[in-house]
Design a protein around this ligand. Structure first.
Ligand SMILES: [Ca+2]
Length: 245
């Protein structure tokens, strides 16, 4: 029975994939209620690679990219579940896309100021930034804080599986900016389903894959996407916003 369901979902995924193309937009499966980030599941953006620096828009809507290391601009692109499955043998965590970042030096990557626009956000509360990363090479970090008061980071190094990581920046300092950066040198990593909430613990609804194999949530996610498409759900329009500092 389970096999039948999985195969049906796979078929739906193929249908979904054929309709997406580039730019690509899908719908997060994980309920985003409570997530201070827009596009935290990287379902909105482009599968075309974007290389650049200076705060330009990245391939993921609402996220921008930056280089600190002086070794060359980072590159970002959305990777589809099918593309990730073909290249790495496992799919994305949520929805049908994740963001792939390639850097040429340390402390380069993506940032967002989206929390500025979150209703009721207190910039001096403790905040916790968490999510899933598949590190292809090198070491990366989830960091949160501000240019004004500094950042706190948690690192993840290359492995052949998704890793859930979380970092908290304490109250009393300005906390307005999450980062997805390389750490210490060049790195390539894929990030999906990131979450930002106030407080010192993560409220991420998916903090463990339990005993299930990593590809399983991907199958479920694809199944959800397929069902949404079958119901005639509208493809999410591009959010072409550049957040002001
Ligand atoms: Ca996603």
């Amino acid at each position: 029975m389970k096999r039948t369901t999985t195969m049906a979902c796979a078929a739906l995924a193929l249908i979904a994939g054929s309709t997406l193309g580039t730019p690509a937009f899908a719908v997060p499966v994980i309920d985003q209620t409570g997530n201070a980030l827009a596009n935290g599941s990287f379902e909105s953006g482009s599968t075309n690679a974007i290389t650049g620096n200076g705060g330009i828009s990245s391939a993921a809507s609402n996220w921008h990219q930056w280089e600190n290391g002086g070794n060359g601009a980072p590159t970002s692109e959305l990777i589809t579940d099918a593309g990730m499955m073909a290249e790495f043998g496992l799919g994305v965590i949520d929805g049908d896309h994740a963001v792939r970042v390639t850097t040429l030096g340390g402390w380069d990557g993506l940032f967002t100021f989206n929390s500025f626009g979150h209703p009721g956000w207190n910039l001096y509360d403790a905040v916790t930034f968490s999510g899933w990363v598949y590190v292809v090479s090198g070491t990366m970090e989830f960091a949160v804080g501000s240019n004004q008061d500094g950042f706190t980071g948690t690192t993840a190094s290359a492995s052949s599986s998704w890793q859930f990581i979380s970092v908290t920046s304490n109250a009393g300092q300005r906390n307005d900016e999450p980062l997805l950066y390389s750490h210490g040198g060049p790195s390539e990593f894929i990030v999906d389903a990131v979450w930002l909430n106030t407080g010192t613990t993560s409220n991420h609804p998916l903090q463990s894959l339990g005993n299930t194999q990593v590809p399983e949530p991907s199958v479920l996610a694809l199944c959800g996407l397929g069902l949404l498409l079958l119901r005639g759900a509208r493809i999410r329009p591009i959010a072409n916003t550049v957040d002001a500092r």
